[in-house]
Design a protein around this ligand. Structure first.
Ligand code: F6R
Length: 612
């Protein structure tokens, strides 16, 4: 996720672009840049680091020009650096582009351009767009609509998701904006127009906006906008008046970043999965991943907190799908014991931030002992990503709320892809099963969306239960792992005492705590264990505890024993965690609100634990 903007009008563009980028910084903050056009061509200033670094750079400089585009980046291709920052230009420097999204076929396009002697400067997928426009614009002889036609030809060659703002020195009266599967809105001003990835960036200029539809292209002039639909036909789109308050708008209309990020999950899961599926086959664009398990005899996974819970799910999944032994350890434990490591262990490290001190220390220890390190992380260019031998990126986009949500589910998606690929290579998954698993994964983003549409049910349940003194989560196998993650979510933002246990452990101790002030949430997706889980729930109810069961849609066995049942869409049993965690995230969120807390900033907690 990145933020893009563009301005054309009578005012100086640079301060307006910076102002807009400030409002978009929540979409990405590892680098930023602007390009402003005047009679001498483009002035481009871009830099690694937060927007404040760019602002500092511009402090003693006046950049004149009343047309410009800007970008705040969250790296996906190429680590954060000055060179990889946007805007990107073609070889002539006459075309500049900012991009939010992923060009899935950029490698083949890059090779095609390189075969035509185009020299690339950055490692980004975006740069191909600038070069391709330059290539196709040669065919247009600088006609009135030459830039538009060149852009249309380029779009026909792009696969993936993108919102683009494009400017060219030969067309100084316009910006071209394009939207496909990434958001883009046009703010309609008086004698000026401004585009941005999100409404908050427009609000200090105008509240009249056009929401671009997928596949649409807009040619933005200072005094009017021309729009074309995906078929290339001119369309007139309605202008909406936005009356959101500016702060709510920054969260996309959600009251908190956490709620927004819970809702981001459908898109984040799709962004993590889609670029890695080609013709029903899992293909990792990241170098070395396919070979990383060659000759592996064991997998060791370490992480902290939520990422550790993803690792526990990973253990069950690797063992089931790839029949390989897996050991999981908390990074802070691993680093201080004297682990027995095999030379043929593959060491997977999971971390949203890629900067967690204990996780880095565990990774360094394993590296020193000669293990291959595969990092699953959300932050391109993080310490973990730089030091690991191989990296697989979650494409969750920036996670602002302290409590991790979309990072967790995208970590699970990455682990599923790895386990499926490995299971196939090791001969434990046949053709038909592989196809079915891939189809099941492909349905997950829309199933997550369907599930999120039922959030009112969880909100209502939370309003009845938020004052419980104790909340326990139980489950078996992957459901136990989801219990652990659910309990962590609830305790960290609602400050309710919550614990998780493997349901089989109930009688070994935890049941002593169950009374009428206890809520027990059971995650039940492993059908072969339903009878045992039903007995566990009965034991809770007979001691006065309230009970909620999270299980599959259409499953009727729990209604007679549980107080409440919440249904999730059906998928393969081992993929259930990616869906069953969503109601628990929502439950934690609503309990936090009902208890008067700020779920985005829980007490005593920091987003990234970079010290021990
Ligand atoms: C919980 C949470 C933390 C992190 C943990 C590891 O909601 O966010 O438990 O999961 O601090 O952080 P990363 O994944 O950045 O290494």
């Amino acid at each position: 996720m990145c933020g893009i903007t563009g301005y054309i009008g009578d005012s100086q563009a640079a301060p307006i672009l910076i102002g807009a980028l400030k409002k978009l910084e929540y979409r990405g903050y590892d680098s930023a840049g602007i390009a402003v056009l005047n009679e001498d061509g483009f002035t481009i200033r871009k830099t690694k680091g937060q927007l404040s670094v760019l602002e500092k750079k511009l402090e003693n400089e006046t950049i004149s020009g009343s047309l410009g585009i800007g970008h705040t980046r969250w790296a996906t291709h190429g680590e954060p650096s000055d060179i990889n920052s946007h805007p990107h230009t073609d070889v002539s420097g006459r075309i500049t582009v900012v991009h939010n999204g992923i060009i899935e076929n950029y490698l083949s396009l890059k090779e095609w351009l390189q075969a035509r002697d185009v020299v690339f400067i950055s490692d980004t997928d975006t740069e191909v767009i600038a070069h391709l426009i330059n290539y196709h614009i040669q065919e247009e002889a600088r006609e009135k609509h030459g830039l538009l036609r060149a852009v249309q030809k380029v779009l026909a060659r792009l696969e993936g998701s993108y919102a683009l703002a494009i400017a060219a020195t030969d067309y100084p009266d316009r910006i071209i904006a394009v939207r496909k599967d990434s958001p883009l809105v046009i703010g309609i001003g008086r004698g000026e127009n401004i585009i941005a990835s999100d409404i908050p960036a427009l609000l200090s200029h105008t509240r009249d906006v056009i929401y671009m539809e997928d596949g649409e292209i807009a040619v933005i002039y200072r005094d009017h906008v021309e729009m074309l639909n995906a078929a290339g036909d001119r369309v007139i789109r309605p202008v909406f008046h936005v009356d959101w308050d500016a702060e709510a708008a920054e969260k996309g209309g959600y009251t908190h970043f956490m709620l927004k990020e819970i809702h981001d999950q459908a898109a984040a899961l799709s962004d993590t999965l889609r670029p890695r599926l080609k013709d029903n086959e899992i293909v990792f664009e990241e170098p070395g991943i396919d070979e990383s398990f060659e000759g592996a005899e064991r997998i060791v996974i370490t992480a902290c907190g939520t990422a550790w819970h993803a690792a526990i799910v990973g253990k069950y999944v690797f063992e089931q799908l790839a029949r390989i032994p897996v050991e999981v350890d908390i990074a802070s434990e691993y680093r201080y014991r004297n682990p027995v490591q095999g030379r043929n262990d593959v060491f997977i490290v999971i971390s949203q931030s890629g900067e967690t001190a204990d996780t880095l220390a565990a990774m360094r220890l394993a590296k020193k002992n000669g293990n291959r390190i595969l990092a699953v992380t959300n932050v391109v260019g993080s310490t973990l990503a730089r030091e690991a031998d191989m990296k697989l990126y979650t494409r969750a986009g920036p996670e602002i709320a302290v409590a991790s949500t979309k990072a967790f589910t995208t970590q699970l998606m990455c682990l599923y892809l790895l386990a499926l690929k490995l299971g196939r290579r090791r001969g434990f998954i046949g053709d038909e099963d592989y196809k079915e698993y891939i189809q099941a994964l492909s349905r997950i983003p829309s199933q997550a969306e369907k599930l999120l549409a039922k959030q009112d049910l969880i909100q209502r349940f939370a309003s009845q239960q938020f004052n419980k003194a104790k909340v326990f989560f139980m489950g078996r196998q992957v459901d136990y792992a989801i219990g652990l993650e659910s309990a962590l979510k609830l305790k960290e933002i609602s400050y309710t005492h919550s614990e998780a246990f493997a349901a089989g452990e109930l009688k070994h101790g935890p049941i002593a705590l169950v009374d009428k002030n206890t809520l027990v949430v059971t995650v039940a997706t492993q059908k072969r264990l339903f009878d045992k889980i039903i007995s566990n729930i009965r034991e809770i109810s007979s001691r006065g505890g309230a009970s909620l069961v999270i299980t599959w849609e259409g499953e009727t066995v729990f209604a007679p024993v549980a107080g409440e049942v919440f249904a999730i869409p059906r998928t393969e049993d081992c993929f259930s965690p990616i869906l069953s965690i969503i109601p628990a995230q929502l439950f934690a969120y609503y309990c936090s609100i009902l208890r008067g807390n700020n779920p985005d900033k829980p007490r005593n907690l920091a987003k990234s634990v970079t010290v021990e």
